[in-house]
Design a protein around this ligand. Structure first.
Ligand SMILES: [Cu+2]
Length: 135
């Protein structure tokens, strides 16, 4: 986890921890600079989770990704693959999708029970991502 890196992206629904900001009035006068470059690196709209998976030459991307979703939020898995495999979503109930050796495959599901959901490739025996499903 790299949560301490200061790369907190606002609006992801995560976070949760209380931020303790001690007011320091003893130091030098604080320079307030208004920075017009707001970092906005949103990759996916907040109402669904898109996972872009590439399987090529036995390499899987991403691998062991840590993602978050909400209950009943659509989760879309896009797969470009050069081998046939089986995508297994360890939710309750679980989902199994047949992956073919071709690009542009798309699978969608929702998870109705909060918890950790592993998305696995059973032939390659790898975990693509683990989705923390929030209630
Ligand atoms: Cu499985």
């Amino acid at each position: 986890m790299l949560a301490a890196g200061g790369l907190l992206i606002a609006g992801c629904g995560g976070g949760g921890g209380g931020s303790e900001s001690a007011p320091s009035s003893s130091g030098p006068p604080s320079v307030t600079t208004i920075n017009p470059s707001d970092m906005q690196n949103e990759q996916a709209p907040p109402d669904r989770l898109l996972i872009d998976v590439t399987i090529k030459g036995g390499e899987i991307n991403p691998l062991n990704a840590q993602l978050e979703a909400k209950t009943n939020e659509p989760i879309v898995v896009k797969v470009d693959s050069d081998v046939a495999d089986e995508l297994h979503v360890h939710s309750t109930p679980d989902h199994t999708f047949k992956i073919e050796a071709k690009p542009g495959q798309q699978f969608q599901f929702t998870v109705g029970v909060p918890g950790k959901v592993d998305i696995e490739l059973h032939q390659l025996a790898k975990t693509v991502a683990t989705v923390q499903v929030q209630p």
